[in-house]
Design a protein around this ligand. Structure first.
Ligand code: ATP
Length: 485
């Protein structure tokens, strides 16, 4: 089975079990927009909560905020998004597909290298690197595509439009007057909500540099190439933390956060061999960054960024100081000095994280000549933590099962199920990633002494009989000691 087949299977399971649906599906769907179903919303919430706990509760110098999606239009001028958040795009007139012009050229170069045509590849690479220096960026890119007769990857046609800049921000009207000149944008990143609140937090939260501000929330990008399930969406959720540090300490803090964040993904139970860090080469850094690295996961579509760590320097605070006319510097009382902090940013996509958890957990196993599909995810993240089943529909068993449900529901997420054979119920919970199932049977309620139940473990399907009073303890221990296989 190829990796991409694996993605198809995950997409099917996600839909069939109620993790992720296409948006507005009954109308044919809306491209690159997705909805989370009953299991998906729990999984996503658990991941968000785990991140929040890690970033805020485990660091006494990191506080949270929740900024609005709409922001003053000037914010996006200051941040560079109005001027620079563009991709140069070209359309294949035959297939009507749109591509990033620079990527088409890079793919062509890669192909030439594979064919050992290094001289030709080097010449095109050189031209690509100096795009924008002959005519404009778009014209220079167009020229390379035409000169080298680069064809559309899918249709094979050589029938291109011009190269055009395409801004990734969604713009909409604001207020009751549609004549208002400046529309507002849906934020393309959550970070700016943190920068514009930096002074408010300094003035109210009694923090001193170094300190961090964390936030989770929706971001919107009119992505051009958006065909990879929840990996690249037009509406997605980011979880970002901006860490304000003294200039000069920024490089060490950047390294520290890169390592800390990689460790967190491992702690969440993602298999180590599927994670790596990849620093951005200096000539590929974003306009605001002094250093940047991806934390990448080996998705079925290949190694791809799940999180970015960036040293944004004092770029954003300086820009906002200039555009707003407000001071953004910091007075260090202890050392009696004034400076504008540098910012180390950790930025992770919640949807990409959710997809990573699903991909890493997904297994197919042969069991007694049958295929068992199971999501072996960290029990703390599982949408349902405990399944509770009376073996058959008899009062005595149902009553005890309901009592156990009542006892556990404050602490764990529970699902009570009495329909179908016990084997089928186990398999349903395997597909949902439920780590523990409790079955109440006659042996347990009719024997002498305390009532007992069978607990069945998702990962190795082993079972043991335990007293009812010990269920919560056994589950707590199972959660703590869980390790990815
Ligand atoms: P990429 O290069 O994959 O487009 P990016 O470098 O533009 O990502 P950032 O701007 O650094 O991404 O955003 C931080 C994080 O937000 C990314 O690591 C990713 O997890 C998430 N993210 C960005 N764009 C999308 C998207 N269109 N859909 C889902 N998640 C996204």
């Amino acid at each position: 089975m190829s990796n991409l087949d694996n993605l198809d299977k995950i997409v099917s399971l996600a839909k069939a079990r109620g993790f992720i649906f296409q948006s507005s599906e009954i109308y044919g769907g809306l491209s690159a927009v997705y909805d989370y179903g009953p299991l998906g919303v729990e999984l996503k919430r658990n991941i968000r909560d785990a991140w929040w706990k890690e970033m805020t509760r485990r660091h006494d110098n990191i506080v949270g905020i929740d900024a609005a999606i709409f922001m003053h239009p000037k914010v996006w001028e200051a941040s560079g998004h109005v001027g620079g958040f563009n991709d140069p795009m070209i359309d294949d007139k035959q297939s009507k597909k749109r591509y990033r012009a620079d990527m088409i050229i890079e793919q062509h170069i890669e192909k030439l290298r594979k064919d050992e045509k290094h001289e030709e590849a080097n010449a095109i690479q050189e031209k690509l690197d100096s795009c924008g220096s002959r005519k404009s960026l778009t014209e220079d890119l167009y020229e390379i595509i035409i000169e080298n007769e680069i064809r559309a990857p899918e249709s094979g046609a050589f029938d291109w439009t011009e190269v055009r800049q395409f801004n990734l921000m969604f713009k909409t009207q604001f207020g009751s007057t549609s004549t208002e000149e400046d529309g507002v944008y849906l934020r393309p990143e959550t970070a700016q909500g943190i920068f514009v609140n930096y002074k408010n937090v300094l003035d109210t939260a009694r923090v001193t540099v170094p300190f961090g501000i964390a936030q989770t929330g929706k971001a919107f990008r009119n992505e051009v190439v958006a065909r990879q399930f929840v990996f690249r969406m037009r509406e997605f959720e980011q979880m970002e933390m901006q860490y304000f540090v003294k200039p000069g300490t920024d490089e060490a803090e950047y390294e520290k956060w890169l390592e800390k964040r990689l460790e967190w993904h491992k702690m969440m139970g993602i298999r180590e061999e599927n994670l790596r860090t990849a620093p951005h080469p200096e000539d590929k850094l974003a306009h605001y960054a002094r250093a940047a690295a991806d934390i990448q996961y080996k998705y079925p579509i290949g190694w791809q960024e799940v999180e970015g760590i960036h040293n944004r320097t004092d770029f954003d605070l300086n820009q906002h100081a200039e555009f707003s006319g407000k001071k953004m510097d910091y007075y260090d009382q202890k050392n009696q000095e004034r400076f504008t902090p540098y910012v180390i940013e950790t930025s992770v996509g919640l949807d990409r994280l959710t997809l990573m958890v699903l991909c890493d957990a997904y297994r197919e196993e042969e069991v007694d000549g049958d295929t068992r599909t199971v999501l072996k995810m960290n029990p703390k993240l599982a949408p349902t933590q405990v399944g509770i089943f009376p073996l058959i529909k008899k009062d005595k068993l149902q009553d005890l099962a309901h009592k156990i449900e009542e006892d556990l529901r404050e602490e764990f997420s529970i699902l009570y199920d009495e329909s179908g054979s016990i084997g089928k119920r186990y398999r349903r919970q395997d597909e949902a990633g439920t780590p523990f199932c409790i079955t109440v049977d006659f042996d347990g309620v009719e024997s002498e002494g305390e009532d007992t139940v069978t607990i069945r473990y998702r990962d190795d399907m082993s079972q043991e009989r335990i007293p009812v009073s010990n269920i919560a303890n056994v589950i707590r221990d199972g959660m703590k000691s869980w390790k990815p296989e």
